[in-house]
Design a protein around this ligand. Sequence first.
Ligand code: AMP
Length: 598
Amino acid sequence: MGAEEKTIIEEEEDKEQNEDEEEEDEEEDNGSDGDEEMDVGDVSGDEPENDEDSAEAMAEFYADEDESKTATTQQHTTFQSLQLSRPVLKGLSQLGYTKPSPIQSASIPIALLGRDIVAGAVTGSGKTAAYMIPIIERLLYKPSKIASTRVVVLAPTRELAIQVGDVGKKIGQFVNNLNFGLAVGGLNLRQQEQQLKSRPDIVIATPGRLIDHIRNSPSFTIENLEVLVIDEADRMLDEGFQAELTEILSLIPKNKRQTLLFSATMNTKIQDLIQLSLQRPVRIMIDPPKTAATKLIQEFVRIRKREHLKPALLFQLLKKLDPVQQSRIVVFVSRKETAHKLRVVLGLLGMKVAELHGSLTQEQRLNNVNDFKKLVVPVLICTDLAARGLDIPKIEIVINYDMPKSYEIYLHRVGRTARAGRDGTSISFVGESTQDRSIVKEAIKSLESGESKGKAVSRNVDWVDVEKLNKIVESKEETIEEVLEEEKSAKEILQAEMQLNKANNLMKHEKEIKGRPKRTWFQTEEDKKKNQTEVMHQLTKHGKKVNSKKRKAIESKKEASGRSYKKTKEDRAADQRRNPKAKIGKGMSKGKGKPRRK
Ligand code: AMP
């Protein structure tokens, strides 16, 4: 195809680019619009200290600065120097981990001492092993005589929980009698109940499902919990798990557990959660990558007024980049509808493509990720939210079909390729918005200043060919509509069938179902609102933090009431009395006071 072949041209040689530069200059002259709109959140940046929350009070709350400094500066170059046990070292070696990552080097020694930790670390930093290794060491070192759940790892989504469980099992594969359990939404509740009955040593859970099991699975208890890990704490709060977290924290006194909290960002909400959940924690802040990987080639395609050609452009790219479909390509889009429609279009055009977004069922999401990992399907179209935190190794190309909202998210996306010294390419479809263009500017600036090491180039596109392909895409439009319509009806039929089955089951097993104790939930919708304002917002005053003394008073009050919690009949009866209208069990099935089933 001659000129249509992948052509990477230098900016200076590109006529179009010259034009772009002029326009960019113009934009800059008009003020720093783009920069202002940029949301390059400072990952390590704490909120500005407020008057009442003095540095003194913060110093009192956290462990000595020196401890943090020692932890982060003392680099361990081998796992041996961390004095880990043989089975764990063997597990790590099987995984191919030869050297601790910075977050592992800093966290493991502190966690082994039994100290609480607040760690600022992003996915990709090796944070899972940073807490799994000391946890497994602890279980090994202090074996328990009776089976009990001693560790709970809280994760924001089921995919992450499953991923964490997999890493843990691999690290602990040579440790005798180490059991893992899952308590995550979206997967079979009864099966989980059965698994939890055996009281696995380590339970990986999403917050809502954990509470559900604590309250409703008779043989599951966290009374003997020794370690609580809060992974991706910021995301947990983003996903609305504030009240659930507070409830869980209130069930186990913080002076009786070791708490390890990991978060990519450290905003006010996280600070409040930290104050609520940890005791004299050691702060470990590992700088996230602020630059792109060394071997990454960042390509940009300026879309201009050709938005309608984007599906055809993607089709053209995928065909060229990977004609035999042997490389892993991730395509990021901003909306789940786009992800789905593109999957249908490309599927109709004969490509093996999978989708990953919030509208899929849990099973579909897991299957799609697995198919992609195994290269059964080489192209994965996903939204940021669905892909967040997922560790998918060996991605060759990242395509930004829609540009992200900020340079930080851009780095996160493109950082999924060119990992561990490998080559990688990102191709971004750049629109005309200030936001899109400021990301490109930021990427180029970072390379020019020498911060990033890779290469940024403008990608030449044969738009005539894309136009031709677009005709083919358009010819499928009717079929696409039909497919989408059919899917909609199939979904409705499925839902109706499920209702029917449920009704049949209810009739068939009425006696047994009625005989079961009603499932309870820790709060009604009303409680939920009240709790949110009372507990977490009590920690802030008109958006401002309250001082430490007051915070401590609120905390201890909350803990005092929380600590008295016991899963007793009386407790459930009291719940009912407090909220006779709520009929907690029934309400749940109608979505009232319903736990988040993730
Ligand atoms: P995480 O940040 O826990 O999601 O880990 C990101 C990726 O890094 C995963 O694929 C891990 O398997 C890998 N990883 C974690 N620790 C190490 C290590 N010490 N050496 C090599 N790879 C690692």
